[in-house]
Design a protein around this ligand. Sequence first.
Ligand code: PHE
Length: 457
Amino acid sequence: MVQRETWATRTGFILAAVGSAVGLGNIWRFPFVTGEGGGAAFLFVYLLFIALVGFPAILAEFVVGRKTKRNPVGALKEYGGGIWTYVGGIFIVTGFVILSYYSVVAGWFIRYTLEGFRGSYAARIAAYEGDPEIMFGALSTGLDAFVLHTVFMALTVGIVALGIRQGIELAVKVMVPAIILLLLGLAVWAFTLPGSGGGYAYYLSPDFGAITENWAELLPAAAGQAFFTLSLGMGVMITYASYLGEDRNLASDGTAIIGFDTGIAFLTGLVVFPIMWAGDMTDPGEGGAGEIFVALTQAFAEVTGGQFLGLLFFATVSLAALSSAISLLEVVTSYVIDEKGIERWQAAVGMGGVIYLLGVPVTYDLIFLDLLDLFADAILLVFGALMLTILVGWIAPKAAIDELEKGIGPLDGLGQAWIWAIRVPILIVLVISLYLGVVDYVEFLTGPFAEWIDANL
Ligand code: PHE
């Protein structure tokens, strides 16, 4: 048995977990899903979900990972036995699906970085009939998207092949502070724009009537986004916690990770919505996958120093995407290394190659983005999280509490409260979310996707 690596520094784990959590989910996905959910109403449900479900769920992954010190498949096999091995297998599939399109979207960020090297964003937009939407349409599919998907995947494979310590910890240390600084600067700037006020109202003052009316759409969307952004429901946090020493306080590490991740998503909203309103774009539900690109290139076209700032912003997000992609591939790779006894670099290259191919159709038409993204977060991640709550809450609660107490001390009633939260209310919420997510997905398959097939094949 090979000696398992552990994190080089105490902060290494937090940084890597934050690096996994903070990524396209916060900066690309959060604003447009919030837009589709009607702004503040979505934000409200989402924040509730993070606090009441996300926190207990991240602890569940931590205890399973640290206790078993295995990859997700091995961890579930050891922790639950029998049929749980197959649940771990679903985690691996989820990693495949998410990383495949994640890499394409990350490629767009690289592309927008490169645009900043070619000229000012105003000039770049002018090259596309002066319309940032046309620009996004041109850059998001086709040869360019394909090439940058290839580049991004190659980078991800390279870092994972190098191994956990040298690759991951180093890369993350610089990125997270850089993102926070950039977003803060942009948020302050957005505040000074004339006309931005409507954006704040849209984003921050929830209409509770809309929440009760639309809960059947809001709930699965918020659940999917919450798990996606926290990297939960597919074993990333199991894998990362498996490299963790027993002296760590999992509850405070979990709080820090969630705090960073949620703060960054929230801040992104404070950048995007005011900028959109200032630019007279007051229907964020329409923007879809291109929303952030359209809103921000518009912004960078107008501000002084926009070329430099924009370049810096898109580059930083590309890096944040890289640290998340690394974690996705790490799950898949650590599984193949541990369970099949294959060398790290071979595992990374082989698995990365298959994932890369799965993502190629997305560079052809964005309908495949919806096909993969909806399936992954409204179904696979919620299912994964549900399975973990059953495992930790019902199958082996005692072991979970014992593990959580290592590094914290006796929890007394709190441990029980955690288990009972997982056992009943969270389990029910997840079952309902999963059901609604499946309904939504079937609607997508029989609606937009079927139409696309008719029109194109
Ligand atoms: N949390 C990452 C993001 O927000 C995406 C991700 C999901 C990474 C699941 C790993 C696992 O971009």
